[in-house]
Design a protein around this ligand. Structure first.
Ligand code: HEC
Length: 113
């Protein structure tokens, strides 16, 4: 029963993004905005974010800029893979965020139009 539920949760993202619950998107937003978590606003303008920095590009129309969610996830997991000189912290590689937190941030960013 429990593993069935887990399989369902794992399969849900493949079923299409329209079905991602608002609560999950809100959690992703919270992680991205939290100064002790993603703190993405230190460097990125994001809709609704207060006092953002502009060290990195504004995070809007995200699905237009990445071919798929996996590529977006890799950017957040370890931005140095694509630019060794980047100032963006490697959130996954350095365990700043755990895998689940990064997945939520990815879902949230993917919902930004
Ligand atoms: C210390 C500054 C800094 C922080 C904090 C930061 N980033 Fe970045 N980010 C950058 C910079 C600079 C770039 C530009 C690309 C590069 O440097 O290679 C970038 C690029 C990106 C891109 C690619 C944007 C595009 O259109 O090409 C995404 C997506 C992104 N960041 C997401 C995030 C998320 C999500 C967080 C928080 C979890 C975050 N960043 C935190 C500096 C930062």
């Amino acid at each position: 029963m429990k593993s069935g539920l887990i399989a369902l949760i794992l399969l849900l993202p493949c079923a299409g993004m329209a079905d991602i619950p608002k609560q999950r998107l809100d959690e992703g937003k919270q992680i991205a905005f939290d100064r002790n978590k993603g703190n993405c606003l230190a460097c990125h303008v994001i809709a609704d974010g207060e006092s953002p920095g502009n060290i990195g590009p504004a995070l809007a129309t995200v699905p237009d800029r990445f071919k798929d969610k996996q590529r977006l996830r890799e950017q957040i997991w370890d931005a140095t893979r694509f630019n060794p000189e980047t100032s963006m912290p490697p959130f996954g590689r350095n365990h700043i965020l755990d895998a689940e937190e990064i997945d939520k941030v990815v879902d949230y960013l993917w919902s930004l139009e």
